[in-house]
Design a binder for this molecule. Structure first.
Ligand SMILES: Nc1ncnc2c1ncn2[C@@H]1O[C@H](COP(=O)(O)OP(=O)(O)OP(=O)(O)O)[C@@H](O)[C@H]1O
Ligand SMILES: [Mg+2]
Length: 255
């Protein structure tokens, strides 16, 4: 079943078309990679999906409903969570508090209940803590729950971002360069974690420059260049696609 469908999406910034008429689908339960050279429009696609930008044209269908024009918090509560290319944590809060900051979309009581500290509120808070600890356990950070985020290694900060996204109980998790800054060992563990996410029923869409990770973990790959989709398919076919090879060789020559 198709979980997410992008149909002819276009997003321009002034005269620059960052995303140009892009369409692709993400099947529920799959791991899909979105790749392409620097500036190809990958993060912009994520920003369109999560409601940070509104497309100039095109549709985004999640679970059969359009999400274009919905505010980000609503999109999160519908079941889409993300991590960011540049780590965005509250560095001076604890690991647990960072994860709790992701839990609010699943809490029902309003701020009045919070102010009065009603029993319903306390119960929800307890449940949020349980969910946050569950997410930390899933990524292997439970023993560091009380640490300040800034004391974690870079690789563990990336895992903490995944835990925070997980705490919103997403159906679709989108990861923007999750292996960025990780060493080889951390990347290996990340691959295992991404597969475990999928085995838990979470669909994963990821952007990544580490081609070995992409080729090992993704079942399908979509390739962007200059905002447009130039290829889509299974890893073996993408690796052998002359258009893809040229897109990447082109950037190496330019660098
Ligand atoms: N808010 C913005 N305002 C103006 N231009 C933008 C904005 N966001 C992105 N762009 C431009 O759109 C293009 C695509 O950017 P995007 O960040 O989506 O690329 P990317 O594929 O994620 O690249 P990278 O691999 O370097 O992260 C770039 O030329 C970028 O400069
Ligand atoms: Mg990017």
């Amino acid at each position: 079943m198709t979980l997410l469908s992008l149909n002819r999406l276009t997003k321009s910034f002034g005269g620059l078309t960052a995303v140009n008429n892009v369409s692709f689908q993400v099947e529920g339960g799959s791991i899909v990679g979105l790749i392409g050279p620097n500036g190809a429009g990958k993060t912009t696609v994520f920003n369109l999906i999560t409601g940070i930008y509104r497309p100039n044209q095109g549709e985004i269908i999640f679970n059969d409903g359009s999400i274009v024009g919905q505010p980000t918090h609503r999109i999160v509560s519908l079941g889409i969570a993300r991590t960011f290319q540049t780590i965005r944590l509250f560095q001076n809060l604890s690991v647990l508090e960072n994860v709790l900051s992701g839990c609010h979309c699943r809490m029902k009581s309003g701020s009045l209940a919070a102010m009065l500290r009603l029993p319903s509120q306390k119960k929800e808070e307890r449940r949020a803590v349980e969910r946050a600890l569950g997410a930390l356990t899933f990524v292997g950070l439970e023993s560091q729950a009380e640490q300040l985020a800034r004391n974690l290694s870079y690789g563990n900060q990336r895992l903490l971002e995944i835990a925070r996204a997980l705490a919103t109980e997403p159906q679709l998790l989108i990861l923007d360069e999750p292996a960025g800054g990780m060493n080889e060992q951390e990347t290996g563990a990340l691959i295992t974690l991404i597969r475990r996410l999928r085995d838990r029923g979470i669909t994963v869409l990821l952007i990544e420059h580490d081609m070995s990770l992409v080729m090992r973990v993704c079942e399908r790959i979509v390739v962007l260049e200059y905002g447009a989709k130039i290829a889509e398919g299974e890893p073996a076919a993408i690796k052998a696609d002359p258009k893809v090879i040229e897109a990447y060789l082109g950037t190496e020559e330019n660098e």
